[in-house]
Design a binder for this molecule. Structure first.
Ligand SMILES: [Zn+2]
Length: 304
């Protein structure tokens, strides 16, 4: 299944001429999983190749305006473009209150159903057939969460040549073997493992939201194929990062290395940095595979 990450907003606190406010889309097959919706993020949604009427879930890391205020504009834009599929939104209880209150106040008439879900504790939020989304408490001024999208293991590779040698007819029996069940053919047992290889791992993607690096997050993001971690500051402003509950590029890269993350993407840059090159260079001293997010950048993430 195709999986790509599309950056819809990469600036911290206020937008710049080049960067909008926080929002990251993971397009997986026909579904979009959206993480954060900073003010005005729907503009980049429109400019991207993401489809308005895709199956969609939205997760909001915390209630600061640059991560949450854009949700109303997004809903309105989707509606005016004729969306019909329902949308599921996950966030702390104040988000649910905010959306209910604002939509009533503004008199929103939406063309689709909105299902609101309170995040009240860490752990499993969504379990679908082949993936799950979990959350972990982050360390910010206010209640904030980090998220992981983890694909479940996939069945192993089916050895058709071997199946033919064993005289197994195509169809139902192939499916049973692929799903791990043993079968009986002409009185002989054929074990699933005789024709199906070991199960294959799925992909794991982490989204930090705004946070200090913590031990807990280090465990939560363990072995991510791709981690998007905030990098508001460079190492020279570490005192500010501590004061404002953010991370530096050095800290993001250190955590990623400790967690065995394959690829790190830095985002959420303070507007004081005209270019993210300094932050990128800093992180690359610690982690060998680092990129900086740019609005509308796309990163395809194939299976390992
Ligand atoms: Zn922020």
């Amino acid at each position: 299944m195709d999986l790509r990450i599309v950056f819809l907003g990469t600036s911290a606190a206020t937008p710049t001429d080049e960067r909008g406010l926080s929002s990251i889309a993971i397009a997986r097959g026909n579904e979009i999983l959206l993480f954060d919706a900073g003010e005005g993020m729907q503009r980049n949604f429109v400019r991207s190749s993401l489809r308005m009427n895709s199956k969609m879930k939205v997760f909001i890391t915390h209630m600061h305006a640059d991560h949450s205020l854009g949700i109303l504009g997004l809903l309105q834009t989707l509606s005016l473009n004729g969306r019909t599929l329902p949308i599921d939104i996950y966030g702390e209880p104040r988000l649910v209150e905010f959306i209910k209150f604002s939509t009533k106040l503004i008199g929103f008439g939406l063309s689709f159903e909105v299902n609101l879900h309170n995040i009240e504790a860490e752990g499993l939020l969504v379990r679908e057939e082949d993936y799950e989304v979990t959350c972990c408490e982050a360390d910010h001024h206010v209640t904030a969460y980090s998220f992981c999208l983890t694909e479940l293991e996939r069945p192993g590779i089916f050895n058709i040549k071997r199946a033919v040698q064993l005289g197994i007819p195509k169809g139902k029996l192939y499916k049973q073997l692929q799903s791990g069940k043993d079968i009986v053919i002409s009185g002989d047992i054929v074990k699933s493992m005789d024709v199906v290889g070991p199960r294959r791992p799925g992909r794991k993607i982490g989204i930090s939201g705004d946070t200090r690096p913590t031990e807990k997050l280090c465990k939560f993001f363990m072995n991510c194929d791709l981690l998007v971690f905030e990098s508001t500051y460079g190492n020279e402003l570490r005192h500010k990062a501590i004061e404002n509950f953010h991370a530096t590029a050095t800290e993001a890269a250190t955590l990623a290395r400790q967690s065995g993350v394959r690829k790190l993407v830095l985002t959420h840059f303070s507007t004081r940095y005209r270019s993210s090159n300094q932050l990128l260079a800093e992180a690359r001293l610690i982690h060998e595979n680092v990129e900086d997010a740019i609005d509308l950048k796309i990163i395809d993430l194939p299976y390992r």
